[in-house]
Design a protein around this ligand. Structure first.
Ligand SMILES: *Cc1c(COP(=O)(O)O)cnc(C)c1O
Length: 373
């Protein structure tokens, strides 16, 4: 490449020939969307890959999250509060708010940045209907503790698993927890369909409802039962998914090697906190989050600026907290979630993609190290 910028991420793409042979049949069928062959094939492959009975594909992860919220009729029994985390991407909270529900923010755990069950428990009251936790950076939430709370208080659990594609704990797929899990197949995720997403869900009766909501609420040739939207995945995106899935193991292995090299280097710098998955986790190495503690000697923003000066793109992910967004001004107090506030002001995700070179990792390490002194 002519320039030596290092971006924070780089989309994975299959060999061009492979994609072309995958889409070639579309020139015969002229069937481009609305549950075509590629759509069916990707759905079936994903069921197997994710170890679940039910998968519904979507045009993107955000629509999948809105789709499952509306299909479950959350809020319709008068309970409108949904407990979630402010340490996430805009999508999680926006989906809750756009479906007429009220987000309530629990704090996160300082070790893996996932939602803290003890904090959830303190917030549950008679108007709580659901919990929407996030497997942040692919780190799995405390799913047992969350399920226990949900069972005790009759709450639905919908995981935002946008970061957790391919992750397993003790051999159990991340897609199997709670009532449903949303995955994002956005271009920047470990597995992409260009844009895309899916919901995996337990209750097979939801299948038709989900598919109807994403197709204008049409339930039959002459009947429209819901005020649904349009959130269907098209055949070209499904074909991209079919191809990318064939290369996923290789992709994750490359990311693992890159992550381990980063950890080996960064782990020796005082004041830097890295997040190494426990042994019973098969991780997907989706992100490389680093927290700069006060003892590091420079701030997260100093490191961000030093990297930017060398044309290296790191990301303040997640910063600001959702509860500090302009669009939610006056509605929340980020001081109520002190751990989330602490992490958001100190975290940086470093460049990570399958073909990032060890030389680049070492260059990044040197710049970070330089800031600590
Ligand atoms: C990417 C992402 C989403 C949204 O997914 P899209 O496919 O971009 O709509 C939701 N939540 C989290 C945590 C994400 O990272």
């Amino acid at each position: 490449m002519s320039n030596n910028r290092i971006l924070v991420t780089r989309s994975s793409m299959p060999p061009l020939d492979e994609y072309i042979s995958e889409i070639a049949p579309l020139w015969d069928s002229h069937w481009l969307t609305n549950m075509g062959e590629k759509h069916k094939q990707l759905e079936a492959t994903l069921k197997e890959f994710l170890g679940v009975d039910n998968v519904a594909l979507y045009v993107n992860g955000h629509s999948a999250l809105e789709g499952v919220i509306e299909s479950m009729r959350l809020g319709k029994d008068g309970r409108r509060k949904v407990i979630t985390t402010p340490f996430t991407f805009a999508s999680t909270t926006h989906a809750i708010v756009r479906k007429g529900l009220e987000p309530v923010f629990a704090d996160i755990k300082p070790d893996d940045y996932t939602i803290d069950p003890a904090s959830i428990e303190r917030l549950i009251d008679e108007s709580t209907c659901a919990i929407v936790p996030v497997h942040v950076y692919g780190n799995l939430c405390d799913t047992d503790a969350i399920q226990e709370l949900a069972d005790k208080h009759n709450l639905k659990v919908i995981y935002d698993a946008a970061h957790a594609f391919g992750v397993k704990r003790d051999g159990v797929s991340a897609a199997t927890f709670g009532d449903a899990s949303m995955f994002s197949f956005h271009a920047t995720k470990v597995f992409n369909t260009i844009e895309g997403g899916a919901v995996c869900f337990k209750d097979s009766e939801l299948k038709d409802v989900l598919n109807q909501w994403k197709n204008f609420g049409i339930t039959g040739p002459e009947s429209v039962e819901y005020v649904g939207g349009n959130a269907k995945m098209n055949e070209f995106c499904a074909a991209m998914g079919i191809c990318n899935l064939r290369h996923l193991d290789d992709e994750i292995l490359k990311r693992k090697k890159i992550s381990e090299h980063y950890w080996e280097l960064l782990g020796s710098i005082p004041g830097i906190k890295i997040c190494i998955p426990p042994d019973n986790i098969k991780h997907n190495y989706a992100y490389l989050p680093v927290v700069f503690e006060d003892s590091f000697g420079a701030t997260r923003d100093d490191v961000f600026d030093a990297l930017a000066k060398e044309s290296i793109g790191a990301r303040k992910y997640f910063y600001p907290l959702v509860s500090d967004y302009e669009c939610y001004r006056g509605r929340f107090e980020s001081g109520d979630t002190p751990v989330a506030k602490y992490v958001a002001s100190r975290v940086l995700t470093l460049p990570l993609y399958a073909d990032l070179s060890f030389d680049d990792i070492e260059k990044i390490y040197e710049i970070v190290l330089g800031q600590s002194q």
